[in-house]
Design a protein around this ligand. Structure first.
Ligand code: APR
Length: 254
């Protein structure tokens, strides 16, 4: 089926959807100027994840880890939401029960005005005490950028501060797991711009399908989710989402 026809099919299904859940990954932020992780120009081509995105890496060299995260924060400061983020933000108002689960730590969905965002892998704009000192909150917002001294110190205990993201080998916040699992019980589930390789996030689309959701993938390339979903839309999320939104507006007004 041609992409146009697939888009009509999806828009038709959306007309009656009440409960809608969207899972996003790095691909949705590419048009905002943020690299993916595993693409040709992805972050994991410039540095190996085990050198930078594990508790062991931080224990070994917190300054090296902070240099990298601070440079990501500096680049991110210049970035704004793209058309894909905007469409998803408008869906968060359109559908009566909408949840957006994002693996992205860039905060662009929130900046676009999306309601009900679950940050599966944390946020680049949050930090936490590495020692988990009893006086500090688990995570708090800190938008200081650039951070003057690497590694920065915890204002509560004077120990080290860590980036507020979930690293490889760490567990996802149990509350986030419960909320995401509940959200996967929905009428329509989208998985957008993610390689679907990192679990448990990658398992949510199958959960949704097993519970009867109509499932849709938007991606420029083939991923393991393509075998699972009802409809696979091949293209850039910023374009495909715009086209679905157009088809949806047409069908609602006709
Ligand atoms: N529109 C849609 N999809 C796109 C676009 C685009 N414009 N550009 C790239 N993609 C797709 C790629 O084809 C790829 O499948 O986005 C996906 C990005 O995959 P990854 O780089 O693996 O990013 P992601 O799936 O978000 O990574 C998951 O891995 O390292 C960790 O914690 C990090 O949250 C991240 C997790």
């Amino acid at each position: 089926m041609a992409l146009d026809e697939q888009i009509e099919q999806v828009a038709n299904r959306l007309k009656t959807a009440q409960r809608m859940t969207v899972m996003t990954g790095a691909g949705v932020s590419v048009a905002s100027g943020i690299p993916t992780f595993r693409g040709d120009e992805g972050f994991w081509k410039e540095v190996r994840p085990e050198q930078i995105a594990t508790p062991q890496a931080f224990r070994k060299d917190p300054k090296f880890v902070w240099d990298w995260y601070d440079s990501r924060r500096e680049k991110l400061k210049e970035c704004s939401p793209n058309r894909g983020h905007e469409v998803l933000a408008s869906w968060s108002n359109r559908f009566p029960d909408f949840t957006l689960i994002t693996q992205n730590v860039d905060g662009l969905h929130e900046l676009a005005g999306t309601k009900n965002v679950i940050r599966y892998h944390g946020s680049l704009w949050e930090v936490g005490c590495w020692e988990e000192c009893p006086t500090s909150p688990h995570r708090w917002e800190d938008r200081t950028c650039p951070i003057p001294d690497h590694p920065p110190k915890c204002p509560y205990c004077g120990g080290l501060i860590r980036p507020g993201v979930v690293w490889f080998g760490e567990v996802i916040d149990p509350e986030v797991l419960v909320m995401s699992s509940q959200a996967s019980r929905c009428d329509v589930f989208f998985t957008i711009g993610t390689s679907s390789l990192v679990y448990p996030a990658a398992g949510l689309v199958s959960d949704a399908k097993d519970h009867g959701a109509f499932t849709v993938e938007i991606n420029t390339e083939s991923t393991p989710s393509r075998e699972v979903v009802d409809v696979s839309l091949v293209g850039k999320s910023e374009n495909v989402l715009d086209q679905i939104e157009l088809a949806l507006s047409r069908s609602v007004s006709s």
